[in-house]
Design a protein around this ligand. Structure first.
Ligand SMILES: [Zn+2]
Length: 440
């Protein structure tokens, strides 16, 4: 499987100068690819693979292209064709898209080294060094180990709009080296969990735990403040540019905090359980570019499910998406459907008398559907009967601090005893900046 790890990077002033110079040469290469694609009639144009054969000619004509790593240069040509591909896919989906444009320096802030021209070294503790050909050494904060079984396919160096640098490693792990998933017939209510993606609490599990949504109130307030300041600056002025960076910084901070939090919860889930069932949100609305709260929440859940899905393979856990319709209405015990307005927080079945929290009932239904999806019957030992009394006092709160992971990806070891996970997790301090994902 393919995934990526991202790390903050701290190049020296001298290396920053080199990185910026190289990225700008790549930008020119990108723009030149676009130029040739549109204006030059030659055999070697039309696909990334063919276009690579033009690079020797480029270097003869413009010696500046010889100053950067040649594999990385090829990768930039490929990047153009990938963008082209993305554009035509959007077109097929009926979106009104223009054509690819020349990139200004602000729009082009990264380069990718592919296959060679880089080396990750001195990985000890939370520090490591990335060597790049024709550039030099860059210190990185190595907060998460790259698994031994993983191959580093490529490295992308990126300067964020805030001015901070990041490197992200494109990794590939042979499927044979991944931990095996537990046998399906070993799954039962004690090692599996259904998740309700809540409105009030972040997630609600079928075994009666809730994880609250992180508090972003301070960040949102700061964002509004900085945006107000920006609106008072004259567009294009130095002060405007400075303020624009402030706004970008707050936005990035929020995104990182959310991602960091989702990483912790998803890792906690796949380590603790053998199977995690979650509602399928479908693909509809994914392309809708609306900024209302509902869509933002949807986007957050999709990111959450994407993370869960990719960790399922890394940690050897079943993750199954189930049909979401009616999980709230249906009684988890007897299956009778009862309409339930949003403000009714309890489930109280008029047919069988089963009472529990509204979201707990939904999570149990998700668990039930997960079992049936895997071809398993509903086990006798259900959480409905045993683990979860109707008394909601028992619904424990799991704070973000308590669900932090205790190890790194490098040590793929699952702690199946929930008590152990909680005990060790509660002693662990929060690993900062855990901001990487499968799609960066
Ligand atoms: Zn019932």
């Amino acid at each position: 499987m393919e995934y990526s790890h991202r790390y903050p990077a701290y190049p020296t002033q001298q290396v920053v100068g080199e990185l910026e110079r190289h990225i700008d040469i790549h930008r020119q290469a990108y723009n030149y690819t676009l130029y040739e694609y549109e204006h030059v009639d030659a055999d070697n144009i039309g696909s990334a693979y063919k276009h690579h054969y033009r690079l020797p000619d480029w270097k003869d004509e413009f010696p500046v292209f010889s100053e950067v790593n040649s594999k990385a240069l090829q990768r930039t040509v490929t990047r153009f064709y990938q963008n082209l591909d993305g554009l035509s896919k959007q077109k097929q989906n009926g979106r009104n898209v223009g054509k690819l444009k020349w990139k200004s320096p602000r729009e082009f802030q990264s380069m990718t080294f592919s296959q060679s021209g880089f080396e990750l070294k001195n990985t000890s503790g939370r520090r490591a060094t990335l060597w790049l050909s024709k550039i030099g050494d860059i210190k990185i904060r190595y907060h998460r180990e790259i698994p031994d079984a993983a191959d580093i396919k490529e490295v992308t160096v990126k300067k964020e709009t805030t001015g901070e640098w990041f490197v992200s490693f494109g990794l590939e792990t042979d499927d044979a080296d991944l931990p095996e998933k537990p046998a399906v017939d070993s799954l039962d209510a004690s090692n599996s969990v259904g998740i309700d993606l809540g409105i009030l609490s972040y997630i609600h599990t079928s075994d009666g735990q809730t994880v609250d949504w992180i508090d972003l109130e301070d960040e949102r307030e700061r964002l509004q403040r900085e945006q107000r300041k920006l609106s008072r600056k004259e567009e294009g002025s130095n002060n405007y540019e400075k303020q624009r960076r402030e706004v970008a910084e707050v936005n990035r901070h929020i995104r990182r905090k959310v991602l960091d939090y989702q990483h912790k919860i998803t890792t906690w889930l796949v380590r603790k359980y053998d199977a995690v069932f979650v509602e399928d949100l479908g693909v509809k609305g994914m392309l809708e570019q609306s900024h209302n709260a509902r869509n933002k929440q949807d986007a957050a859940w999709r990111q959450f499910i994407t993370l869960l899905d990719y960790k399922a393979n890394l940690y050897g856990c079943h993750v199954v998406q189930v049909k979401p319709a009616g999980t709230t209405k249906e009684c988890a015990k007897c299956g009778v459907k009862t309409a339930k307005p949003i403000w009714v927080r309890e489930h109280s079945c008029p047919s069988c008398g089963f009472e529990t929290d509204r979201d707990a009932n939904a999570a149990m239904n998700v668990l039930k559907r997960g079992f049936s999806e895997l071809g398993l019957g509903w086990p006798e030992d259900t959480p409905v009967e045993t683990a979860l009394p109707t008394d909601t006092d028992d619904v424990r709160e799991v704070s973000a601090k308590r669900v932090v992971e205790t190890g790194s990806l490098g040590v793929v070891r699952k702690t199946k005893s929930s008590a152990m996970t909680r005990r060790s997790a509660s002693r662990t301090t929060c690993p900062r900046g855990d901001s990487h994902g499968p799609h960066e």
